[in-house]
Design a protein around this ligand. Structure first.
Ligand code: HEC
Ligand code: HEC
Length: 410
């Protein structure tokens, strides 16, 4: 009963809004949920209830995700790490988590104020490794550096991947419905749907993955990451990154052919993430329950929407499941907290609402890891998040402690 979720969500919006505008048309979701809650068992464990076939795909995908590639496999010529797991593996070595590894994006602001990703200089994503001397001995590929005249430099923290198969399985209509509800009931914080292209279908769909909602599916993110993190080309991402923007240097590329020609590796990564379970929840106490009420009362849940529902899905473990990511997967104007980088549908100040599930496993917070505690992250909210930050600052010490204790159970 997805409708019930919408009503529950709108009750949260109403709680934080003084004036109630007249009801308007809200897109109706086309699916129902049987109300089955999906709860994680352990960091890095597969979704509970997977059949044997899907469990085998999870294991194969996990192996591919951990595989270390070399130059003969197509690694580089410039890249960030040689395996997915190099960045995605914690807490406790949980495959698919986050090491907290930071990457660098750069660019400049054009005279008309628009963002220049400096593609001709290797931007906006920097690859901080090169393969060195090519096997032919003809050319040395170096790590990229930030050009001196870049005026925007932003770090990006590796996000954990737990439970993202559930997010992938949320119908676009549900994300659009949340955006519509926000426009009606909480216009000051209303998020924007990131409309991006699904490369597999050519259709314009809802972007849900990455700090800027740049990709619509785990499959697409897999191909994107294989190319941009590891330098491995595949059917939907066939063009090698030009090292520091110098496409001429690719004439010495030791593997100029399509590196993952059938896209089998890309599919394996996507399978692993599709079947990777959500983070386990911590224990609720009277204090954390009080903190949960405060979370709602401050309007945190307007953006960090507690509950979403997957649509119909051929995989029973993903079929109409109720789960708790604490995000609306929309873009919000975060004012000074934005990273200054325009990417896909997202403007320089816009960021995806960070999902708060699994928060207690993080070692640093926000897109660039600038906050070392959840409290520090809240105090950095700006733009559409400024009002919630002010309300948080107005709490007394016991209320703050309860809210933070609640966050620590996610
Ligand atoms: C060098 C470190 C690094 C490597 C290697 C890496 N990632 Fe990531 N990953 C990141 C960072 C940083 C982000 C956040 C990127 C952003 O949005 O700017 C991310 C985000 C993601 C996301 C989006 C998660 C979300 O919250 O929406 C997916 C999916 C993902 N990575 C999959 C992969 C796969 C698959 C591989 C291997 C092909 C891989 N990554 C390799 C650092 C890495
Ligand atoms: C207007 C929407 C909005 C509201 C309201 C909001 N947040 Fe956020 N929150 C975001 C966005 C967007 C980010 C990611 C920002 C970034 O990293 O640049 C974020 C990040 C966070 C993070 C860091 C998560 C991580 O993994 O790094 C925490 C913790 C957090 N919010 C808690 C809260 C709490 C508690 C409240 C209520 C007091 C709140 N937020 C209100 C949008 C919002």
């Amino acid at each position: 009963m997805a409708r019930r979720i919408v009503v529950a969500a709108s009750a949260v919006f109403l709680a934080a809004c003084a004036a109630q505008p007249p009801p308007q048309e809200v897109p109706q979701m086309t699916h129902r949920a049987d109300g089955t809650e999906l709860v994680g068992t352990a960091f890095g464990a597969p979704l509970p209830g997977l059949g044997a076939g899907d469990l085998a795909l999870f294991e194969q995908g996990r192996t591919a995700f951990m595989a270390v590639d070399d130059v003969a496999d197509g690694l580089g010529p410039v890249f960030n790490e040689a395996s997915c797991v190099a960045c995605h593996s914690s807490p406790g070595g949980a495959v698919g988590g986050s090491t907290g590894r930071l990457e660098t994006r750069f660019g400049a602001v054009n005279a008309d104020g628009s963002f220049n990703p400096m593609a001709a200089q290797g931007g906006s994503l920097l690859q901080d490794h090169g393969i060195g001397l090519a096997p032919s001995g003809a050319y040395t590929y170096l790590a990229e550096t930030v050009p001196a005249y870049a005026t925007v430099v932003a770090k990006r923290r590796t996000t954990p991947l737990f439970g993202l198969g559930l997010v992938d399985a949320v119908p676009d209509a549900e994300i659009r419905a949340i955006a519509a509800l926000q426009r009606i009931f909480a216009p000051a914080i209303a998020g924007r749907v990131a409309v991006v292209k699904d490369l597999a279908t050519g259709k314009l769909v809802v972007g849900k993955f990455g700090w800027k909602n740049g990709n619509p599916t785990l499959f697409q993110f897999s191909g994107d990451a294989y190319l941009n993190e590891m330098g491995i080309t595949s059917p939907f991402f066939p063009d090698e990154n030009c090292p520091q923007g110098d496409c001429g240097s690719l004439q010495y590329n030791p593997r100029p052919d399509l590196n993952d020609p059938s896209g089998a590796d890309v599919q394996a990564f996507a399978d692993f993430m599709t079947f990777l379970g959500p983070p386990p929840r911590g224990t609720a106490t009277l204090t954390t329950l009080r903190g949960e009420l405060i979370f709602a009362a401050l309007g945190c849940g307007q953006c960090h929407v507690p509950t979403l529902v997957t649509g119909r899905n051929p995989v029973p473990a993903l079929d109409e499941k109720v789960f708790h990511p604490y995000s609306d997967f929309l873009l919000h104007d975060m004012g000074a907290l934005g990273d200054g980088i325009a990417q896909g549908a997202a403007g320089p100040r816009e960021m995806r609402t960070a999902p708060l599930w699994g928060l207690r496993a993080n070692t640093a917070f926000l897109h660039d890891g600038r906050a070392l505690t959840p409290e520090g992250a809240i105090l950095a909210h700006d733009g559409q998040g400024a009002d919630a930050r002010h309300r948080f600052s107005g709490l007394d010490a016991r209320q703050k402690a309860a809210l933070l204790a609640f966050l620590d159970t996610l």
